[in-house]
Each structure stands twice: as structure tokens, then as C-alpha cells.
Design a protein around this ligand. Structure first.
Ligand code: PDD
Length: 286
């Protein structure tokens, strides 16, 4: 089945969708994005993603390409057309182009570019990777200082993922000034004596939509949560660890820099939070 994608108001076969070579997303990484998961053919936390998209656009003085209702309609139509039961929807908005390369932003009436496509991922919720848990390495965080804005500047996170693969691991956590910031494409947590520890929100990390939901659910389940800076050594001495993201939900971490956590299998709190998150998210999906 040829995938149908959305580009600037049109639903097209992926082979026919086009964006200008002068688009600032392509030339300058002048673009923001969102990834929303789909379970049972429904959108998980669409509202959270739409609100964060608006915030990213505002922070960069970028125009909104359409209303939230239109965005919801596009998401739903792509899910339908591509028959997605479980998977992801990728959305990107760029500052567009006025037909040349220039560091100066184009005039404010330049139309933003909006692209959405689906990724079909059967078994996303019932994932063998989550049952096994992830091995991570730590790397230096050399990204720019506005990681709270979800820009498409993903070269360093991609390199981090490659460093992890090369080291025989699955992913990397990044460290700045001695403290863990986040994973290459997820937020980072460890658990010690029943308490969940994660870095507080600031410009240093992405304000994960899954993070917000999982912390709320943890508190509702009477789990103790502490938002503070933490080092990789603390995480290595933890009872368990995990990450959260729209693409992997709650992912247990079983090894950090070659040090096994607990018995080397996913910890009880990570497993429980994954169950709660999937269960509640399915119920609230739209
Ligand atoms: N990444 N931190 C970073 C750097 C991320 O790229 C992401 C998401 C997260 C988790 O945010 P959320 O819970 O809203 O997905 C944290 C997406 C999934 C991606 O780039 O594919």
C-alpha cells in the first residue's frame, strides 16, 4: 500500500509529495516537529502535542499553518487513509521559503510549510524491546541551549544514537555540567528506594508530553516523584531506570555504561508505569 502523506493542504502518494529545495527546514533546520502515537487507530494525547507545537512556533516567531481543529482532522484522515492501528504520526512545520537562501528570515507573510506522514508500527505497545529493556551509554550534551523547543536539529541526537549502537547499546543519555539532561529522543529517570527521580523542566530539556502524563499517573498511583538534577553515577547505582517518549512510551533501562541495574531485567516501577500509561492513554485516546 502506498503511503498517503499530507503536504500544504494536499493528501498525496508519498512519491508525489514535494517541498522546495529553498525551504528553510531543508537549508537551515528552521523547523519544528511533533510525533504523536496511535493506538487502536486513535491519537494519544493529541491535545498535549498541539499545545507544545504552538509553543515551539511562538518561541521561534513562526506562523501557525492551520488551526488545532484542522490539525486534528489531518491527523485523523491520515490514520484512516493509511489504515494505522498502531504507529506514529510525524508532523513538521517550517518557516517556508521565499525562493532563495538567506540567513535573514523571509517576510512574515511567507507561508509556512506543513508536512505530515504516518509510520505504521504494529506491536508498538506490546514491544519486545520494552520487555527486554534498553542498554544506554552516557555522552556529552553539546546541543544548543533551547532544547525546550522541538526543532528538527537532530544531527547530534542521531550521532548519539550511532555512538550507542557502536558501543553495543541501544541509546544514549546526555550529560551537561555533570548532570544528565535527557536521552537522544526521550526523557530520563531513575528509581532508588521506590522514589522516581527526573530532571526538572527548563530550557535544557524537551518538555515531554509523555513525561507529563507519566509523572501525573505515578503520583496518582501514590509513587514518590522528585524533580531534581542527577548525575549518571546516581543512575548507575539506582534500583532501576527508564525513559519516556511518544514513540516508546515507558521504556525500561537495564544497563548504563556497562553497569547492570538490579538483576538486569526491567524494574517493577518501570513495568507498572508502562502498563498504567498504556491503559490510561488508550482510554483517553481520541
Ligand atoms: N522525541 N526529549 C527529546 C530530546 C525528544 O526528542 C523527545 C521526543 C522526548 C520525549 O517527548 P515526548 O514524550 O513528548 O515524545 C524528550 C520524539 C518521539 C522523536 O524525536 O521521535
Amino acid at each position: 500500500m502506498t503511503r498517503t502523506v499530507y503536504v500544504n493542504g494536499e493528501y498525496l502518494p508519498e512519491t508525489e509529495a514535494k517541498v522546495s529545495i529553498f525551504d528553510r527546514g531543508f537549508l537551515m533546520a528552521d523547523a519544528v516537529y511533533e510525533v504523536t502515537s496511535v493506538l487502536d487507530g486513535k491519537l494519544i494525547d493529541f491535545d498535549g502535542h498541539a499545545v507544545r507545537l504552538k509553543r515551539s512556533l511562538d518561541e521561534l516567531d513562526m506562523a501557525e499553518p492551520c488551526t488545532k481543529d484542522e490539525l486534528l482532522e489531518i491527523h485523523r484522515k491520515l490514520v484512516d487513509l493509511n489504515e494505522i492501528e498502531e504507529g506514529l504520526i510525524y508532523l513538521q512545520v517550517t518557516r517556508g521559503s521565499d525562493g532563495d537562501r538567506d540567513f535573514v528570515f523571509p517576510s512574515s507573510d511567507t507561508k509556512p510549510t506543513i508536512v505530515l506522514f504516518t509510520q505504521n508500527k504494529p506491536g508498538l505497545a506490546d514491544s519486545p524491546a520494552a520487555a527486554k529493556g534498553a542498554k544506554i551509554i552516557s555522552i556529552e550534551d553539546i546541543r544548543w541551549g533551547r532544547r525546550d523547543i522541538k526543532t528538527v536539529q537532530l544531527l547530534y541526537p542521531s550521532m548519539g544514537k550511532m555512538m550507542a549502537k557502536k558501543a553495543g547499546a541501544d541509546d544514549a543519555w546526555m550529560i551537561e555540567d555533570g548532570y544528565v539532561t535527557e536521552g537522544t529522543s526521550n526523557n530520563a529517570y531513575f528509581v532508588k528506594n521506590g522514589k522516581i527521580v527526573t530532571r526538572p523542566l527548563s530550557n535544557d530539556i524537551l518538555h515531554g508530553i509523555t513525561r507529563k502524563a507519566v509523572l501525573r499517573m505515578a503520583q496518582e498511583a501514590q509513587m514518590e516523584v522528585e524533580e531534581r538534577l542527577f548525575t549518571i553515577d546516581e543512575a548507575k547505582e539506582a534500583d532501576e531506570a527508564f525513559t519516556t517518549s511518544a514513540s516508546a512510551f515507558v521504556m525500561p533501562v537495564v544497563e548504563i555504561d556497562g553497569v547492570q541495574l538490579g538483576d538486569g531485567t526491567p524494574g517493577p516501577i518501570a513495568k507498572r508505569l508502562r502498563e498504567i500509561y498504556l491503559d490510561e492513554s488508550r482510554k483517553a485516546a481520541i
